[in-house]
Design a protein around this ligand. Structure first.
Ligand SMILES: [Mn+2]
Length: 322
């Protein structure tokens, strides 16, 4: 079991509070929502007399996980606020979160902004949902099929269906316990990975137009005309960045998507460190996943050339790829 000394303090805070607000980051992913809605369910089952609210903007494609609730600022005066999966306070969804009497952060991102009174931050855990599953066990608060479903969804989202490096032996142990509650994983995968015809056809365009440099840098250009043709938003297009990641010999790749007056650049890598390139073009991020912004299409070639430079000296270990 994880070693989180603050867990006891946080359990006492939950026990002492009548009103509990659970927040998460803006533009939520399955981990943000799964941990948020899962924790609400867990607390409500353990303490039916407490008022527990889930707060944040609308969630569109992920509404099958659950709905957000309306809150008023004065409800925060005596409230305990739990902020999940959110590294810095600017990213918290909901304007009153930091007005809470006590604010607690539970997160697995690097601790860039310790905005809370108490916190558990552990970057070795796959997802905040995995942390909530562990905490529920430590706190001896029972799960049920619904809370298990929500936490499993979060783990699936953040581990890319258990394929990323962050899926540890512990992740699989937690997932096994969650599945044992009888959750319908088939329904979950169907709902999480459903797509629509326009997106599917845009994906077809991406696959047909991907180009690869001799150094192993893949790139696709999606301008406003392409978006119009496929009735796609820049956000929907950007989400296709991993759709050709399986291409052999690919070391890193980039997708350029026109968004109003600028061009959003999404960069991913299997080895070469690419966030230094992102930083040179109004961006940043992780070593293997970063984003940037350029103003004109003629800067596209500069970005590709910069990625070529980091990709060229890189070689895969153990003949993992040719
Ligand atoms: Mn997460």
């Amino acid at each position: 079991m994880a070693h989180w000394p603050e867990a006891t303090t946080i359990k006492s805070s939950i026990e002492a509070a009548d009103t509990i607000m659970i927040h998460r980051h803006v533009r939520p992913d399955p981990d943000a929502l799964g941990s948020q809605l899962g924790l609400k369910r867990i607390i409500e089952q353990a303490y039916p007399e407490k008022k527990v609210y889930v707060v944040g903007g609308i969630v569109r494609d992920l509404e099958f996980l659950g709905k957000m609730e309306h809150v008023e600022p004065d409800m925060y005066d005596e409230a305990l606020v739990l902020v999940l999966d959110t590294a810095n306070h600017e990213r918290i969804d909901g304007p009153y979160a930091l007005k809470g009497k006590t604010v607690i952060k539970i997160d697995h991102h690097p601790d860039e902004d310790p905005y809370a009174t108490h916190q558990i931050v552990d970057t070795t855990v796959s997802s905040t949902s995995e942390m909530i599953a562990e905490l529920a066990e430590m706190w001896q608060m029972p799960l049920d099929e619904e809370s298990a479903f929500l936490l499993f969804a979060g783990i699936v989202g953040d581990t890319g269906r258990f394929q990323f490096r962050n899926a540890t032996p512990r992740t699989f142990e937690v997932a096994a316990k969650l599945i044992a509650y009888g959750i319908d994983t088939n329904r979950l995968y169907r709902q999480m990975y459903k797509t629509n015809l326009a997106t599917l056809q845009l994906q077809g365009y991406v696959l047909q137009h991907v180009q690869v440099t001799e150094a192993g840098v893949g790139y696709v250009k999606i301008d406003a005309d392409v978006l119009r043709t496929f009735h796609a938003t820049p956000e929907a297009a950007s989400q296709l960045v991993n759709s050709f990641s399986g291409l052999e010999g690919l070391k890193c790749w980039v997708m350029f998507v026109e968004n109003k007056d600028e061009i959003r650049v999404r960069i991913r890598s299997k080895g070469p460190v690419i966030n230094d390139v992102a930083k040179r073009y109004r961006g940043g991020g992780h070593q293997m996943a970063a984003g940037a912004t350029i103003d004109r299409w003629d800067e596209m070639d500069e970005v590709i050339a910069a990625l070529d430079e980091v990709a060229r000296p890189y070689t895969f270990e153990n003949n993992e790829e040719s």
